[in-house]
Ligand binder design. Structure first.
Ligand SMILES: Cc1ncc(COP(=O)(O)O)c(C=O)c1O
Length: 384
């Protein structure tokens, strides 16, 4: 079955009691037991909820994994994955991750004795070398493409290295969604999402999803999901299922708009630096084409110093200055002062995350309206 059909039908069984074509919202915290020793398969909603289960089956099928798990936010999902590890274990991470993920590694889990080794995972030799100097690496954690620099790591090659050393590969697939990239098929062991973004698609809820490749990992994540308790509510599970149904049509439109934007930005004299893995100048352009459907709806860029950035951002009338991404509306943000403010400045400088870098999430509005909005704000902000 093609993914466009799966998005609408996978995991989503018609309600047996009524024939409702949508899974009902089972808004309950507990279930009546049949007797002291018997129940109907449901005891308490932290562990089991039919609406959440429908979503979990859906994402497992979309990512072609063993089991799916839904959480109250992307960070709640990441928390349950990191809880697989313990004191003395080492996790290798990319040097560019979402700021909240960086904070969880460096300011939370490091307090419990988890060692975090940071490496440029776009450099396969650097990944290999990291294993040569440490025998406690239990997992590699990457975003590909990364937030916000859109660095691309070779998922297949990294998975091979990880497995040679009995380590797991965990991939944050938020920026792509299973419509554009399927990390488990490339060798990853766990894929996760901030489903707040493309999967939900309407900037109206927070959610996180995890999909495991093996039964053994499913058992461990199920245990942690129930033990840590950061599950997604039935209502948000329902909304997320609804959002996922239109993922393909939303992304198809977003990617057409992204191409328009790229064409505009490439010829603009005010664009100093453009980050997008579809550009032949991107250092991992070839790997991006090999492991994805070949496009992504986010663009990062730096403007020249003759642009008053404050004035430019205030001059936008359609594109909204706001963090987050992947919704139907176009959003623009300044990662250094918001999503990545937690990175120490010297670390931001080291990885090339400039203070004035801007990241735009292209929505599904009429493309020319977006480019016109951008252009009028830019022209007015040029310092004469
Ligand atoms: C790549 C990535 N992963 C994880 C997260 C965290 O997700 P949430 O905000 O849903 O907790 C974000 C949030 O922006 C993100 O961009």
């Amino acid at each position: 079955m093609n993914i466009e059909t799966q998005l609408i039908h996978a995991g989503n069984t018609t309600d047996a009691a009524t024939g409702s074509v949508n899974v009902p919202i089972y808004q309950t915290s507990t279930y009546a037991q049949v007797s002291l020793t018997e129940n109907n398969g449901y005891l308490y909603a932290r562990a089991d909820n039919p609406t959440r289960h429908a979503l979990e089956r859906l994402i497992a099928e979309l990512e072609e994994g063993h089991k799916g798990f839904a959480f109250a936010s992307g960070l709640a999902a990441i928390n349950s994955v990191l809880a697989l590890f313990g004191q003395g274990d080492t996790i290798l991470t990319s040097d560019n991750l979402y700021g909240g993920t960086y904070r969880m590694f460096h300011q939370v889990y490091s307090r419990f004795g988890l060692n975090v080794n940071v490496v440029d995972t776009t450099d396969i030799e650097a990944v290999r070398a990291a294993f040569e100097v440490s025998n406690s690496i239990r997992a590699i954690y990457i975003e590909s493409p990364s937030n916000p620099l859109l660095d691309v790591s070779d998922i297949e090659a990294i998975a091979k290295i990880a497995h040679q050393h009995d380590a797991l590969l965990i991939v944050d697939n938020t920026f792509m969604s299973p419509y554009l990239q399927k990390p488990l098929n490339l060798g990853a062991d766990i894929v996760l999402h901030s489903a707040t973004k493309y999967l939900s698609g309407h900037s109206d809820l927070l959610a996180g999803l995890v999909v495991t490749k093996s039964e053994a990992l499913s058992e461990q994540i199920a245990f942690l999901q129930n033990s840590l308790g950061g599950i997604l509510s039935p209502n948000d599970s329902f909304l997320l299922i609804r959002g996922i149904k239109t993922l393909a049509v939303r992304l198809d439109r977003t990617l057409v708009n992204t191409q328009l934007f790229l064409d505009y930005l490439r010829q603009s004299k005010q664009v100093k630096q453009l980050y997008h893995p579809t550009l032949p100048s991107h250092p991992n352009h070839g790997i991006f084409l090999k492991q994805t459907k070949g496009n992504i709806g986010l663009i990062s860029f730096e403007l020249t110093s003759d642009v008053n950035i404050d004035q430019f951002l205030s001059g936008l009338s359609i594109i909204t200055l706001a963090v987050s991404l992947g919704g139907v509306e176009s959003l623009i943000c300044n990662p250094a002062s918001t999503t990545h403010a937690v990175y120490p400045e010297e670390e931001r400088n080291r990885i090339g995350l400039a203070n004035h870098l801007l990241r735009i999430s292209i929505g599904i509005e009429y493309g020319e309206d977006l480019v016109e909005d951008f252009d009028q704000a830019l022209q007015q902000a040029i310092i004469k």
